[in-house]
Design a protein around this ligand. Structure first.
Ligand code: ADP
Ligand code: MG
Length: 258
């Protein structure tokens, strides 16, 4: 059963209540995909997870563990077969950037604003500062094919951010990029979230990325996805991947995956 929570309240009175409330809560969630001529495929098995407002949780696990399924459940794009999903309104940044090839960077970033009924001029004006914050000043009028992979990912991230939803579900946002671009983008993401905090579920294959960015790591088993370990990362930001404390955490996460 899917229950939508109200968007996060902003009043000081609400702040106290908020502390005890989850932005995302999954309880005993099971998801099975029906298959023709074969038994249903169990993708997630009795998964429970609580994410506090403003928390960044990285979900790591092998391919096929059900990570994308988990994000789609949180965004309400799928329903669980058993258990409960409760989430504040959530925006999905899918694995592939899915930018519209005929729109420039600014119109692509502003898409959610346009869909919410803003005029084109208004939407472009609002999106412009987000593109600047993500290092895309001067590229506003480029089409996706004229942008590098890292730039396209940043436009897709801007679009997700500009949806205005309190929960961001990022599905391997840096998966297809080279190592240098990945580490640069981590910096952008970290910086933007410091300025404009959101609740984030970050799916990644990369344990190093997870410990650099997240407040907590959720390590999933191979299919069906179960929680193998939860590791808090209580270290100040910005974090360096060479910090010995991060290396210890990374090894712990890798150990639970092995
Ligand atoms: P991950 O993102 O961790 O790689 P997914 O959530 O995409 O995992 O998929 C989990 C399992 O469910 C995989 O074995 C995948 O093949 C299967 N699966 C995903 N979506 C569907 C679907 N729509 N129909 C049938 N099987 C699916
Ligand atoms: Mg996936």
């Amino acid at each position: 059963m899917q229950t939508r929570l109200e968007p996060r309240e902003r009043s000081p009175l609400a702040a106290g209540r908020r502390a005890s409330r989850s932005a995302v809560r999954l309880h005993g969630v099971t998801r099975c995909y029906p298959r023709r001529g074969a038994p249903p495929l169990l993708a997630l098995d009795s998964l429970s997870l609580d994410v506090a407002p403003g928390e960044i949780v990285a979900v790591v696990g092998p391919s096929g563990a059900g990570k994308t399924t988990l994000l789609e459940l949180v965004c309400g794009l799928q329903q669980p077969d058993a258990g409960e999903v409760r989430a504040e309104p959530a925006a999905l940044m899918p694995q592939r950037d899915l930018l519209l090839p005929w729109l420039d960077a600014l119109d692509n970033a502003a898409l959610a604003l346009r869909l919410a009924g803003r005029s084109r001029a208004d939407a472009r004006r609002l999106a412009a500062s987000t593109l600047v914050a993500l290092g895309l000043a001067g590229f506003e009028e480029r089409r996706p094919r004229e942008l590098s992979g890292g730039m396209r990912q940043r436009v897709a991230f801007a679009r997700t951010l500009l949806s205005g939803r309190p929960v961001l579900c990022l599905d391997e946002p840096f998966g297809a990029l080279d190592a240098i671009t990945r580490s640069e983008l981590r910096g952008w993401l970290d910086g933007v979230l410091q300025v404009e905090p959101r609740t984030v579920l970050l799916v990644t294959h990369d344990v190093e990325e997870a410990v650099v960015l997240a407040d907590r790591l959720l390590v999933l088993s191979a299919r069906p996805g179960r929680v193998l370990a939860e590791l808090p990362v209580a270290l100040p930001r910005p974090r360096s991947p060479t910090d010995p404390r991060l290396i210890v955490l990374r090894e712990q996460a890798l150990d639970s995956l092995r």
